[in-house]
Design a protein around this ligand. Structure first.
Ligand SMILES: [Zn+2]
Length: 144
């Protein structure tokens, strides 16, 4: 039985998706062996569908990149908060370890520098934690 190219072309999507009957499949394969035009048509399907898959992949990659970027942002904030907390604590420790004494001229010598520095660290840590909490709240809100 000789089938026309038009019929084969109609069946090609089914053939490509592997949803046609074994009978049709056999007919299409037989026809494809002897018909370059329909073979080319089938190849076109392959390219088109691969193109769609690539687009989906690109979307997925975009989403992952976005998520990764967000995670990087929160990771940076967490790092900042942690470093600032440690810095603040170290300032308090350094201030207490250095202590204060009165030198021979009667001046009070203290490591004054550590006080504003400690406050600065504490402030940065506080701001980072607040932003992190804010991000966490927004994310939870979005998920609903
Ligand atoms: Zn053909």
């Amino acid at each position: 039985m000789k089938i026309s190219c038009d019929i084969i072309k109609d069946l090609l999507p089914l053939y490509y998706d592997n949803v046609c009957s074994t009978e049709s499949r056999k007919l299409i394969e037989e026809h494809l062996e002897n018909c370059e035009e329909c073979k080319a048509e089938l190849k076109k399907y392959d390219i088109e569908i691969k193109g769609v898959n690539n687009m989906e992949e690109a979307n997925l990659l975009g989403k992952i990149a976005k998520k990764w970027k967000n995670d990087k942002k929160t990771a940076f904030l967490k790092g900042t908060a942690l470093v600032s907390m440690i810095g603040g604590i170290l300032c308090v420790i350094a201030y207490n370890v250095n202590g204060s004494y009165i030198d021979k001229d009667g001046f009070l010598v203290e490591s004054f520098g550590f006080i504003p520095l400690g406050f600065l660290f504490a402030f940065i840590a506080l701001v980072s934690v607040i932003i992190l909490a804010f991000i966490a709240i927004i994310r939870r809100y979005k998920r609903r």
